[in-house]
Design a protein. Structure first.
Length: 146
């Protein structure tokens, strides 16, 4: 016989106490800090990838230079770095959203200090803005708009 998985209330008894409330807040802030770390890492990857493409493109335009062995390699490396920054930011934003939905689920309503659907932080907005900038940089380099 296959058993159904236990519900949240059966697995984790949620008590409305000060220590449980502050544990919930620490967990919420830890999730926020993790997204901020991913935003910093993604911004570095996107910026470094774009810089590599621009530097070597300008470097190849200089006169009296020997032609490089693989002239397209810096462009592909830059595209790979930009893509990895955009992908990691997209995945971390989805993870942030799913964990926040879990922390506001029915079992934790007693501990949650925020109402459902309320944005208390600017971090997701910054992540989405950086995601749009990263996509613009990726397609700009891919289509040679830069």
């Amino acid at each position: 016989m296959i058993e159904r998985p236990a519900q949240l209330d059966e697995r984790f008894p949620v008590r409305a106490s000060a220590d449980s409330h502050f544990s919930w807040i620490r967990t919420r802030l830890s999730v926020e800090n993790t997204l901020l770390s991913w935003v910093r890492t993604s911004a570095s990857l996107i910026g470094f990838g774009f810089t590599i493409v621009q530097f070597f493109q300008r470097f190849q335009d200089l006169p009296a230079g020997k032609q490089p062995w693989l002239p397209g390699a810096p462009r592909y490396l830059g595209l790979a770095l930009i893509f990895s920054g955009v992908l990691s930011l997209a995945l971390s934003t989805l993870q942030y959203r799913s964990i926040n939905l879990y922390l506001r689920s029915n079992g934790f309503e007693v501990l949650a200090t925020e109402k459902r659907g309320q944005w208390q932080s600017a971090t997701p907005a910054v992540a989405i803005l950086l995601l749009i900038i990263g996509l613009f940089a990726f397609f700009g380099v891919l289509l040679r708009l830069t």
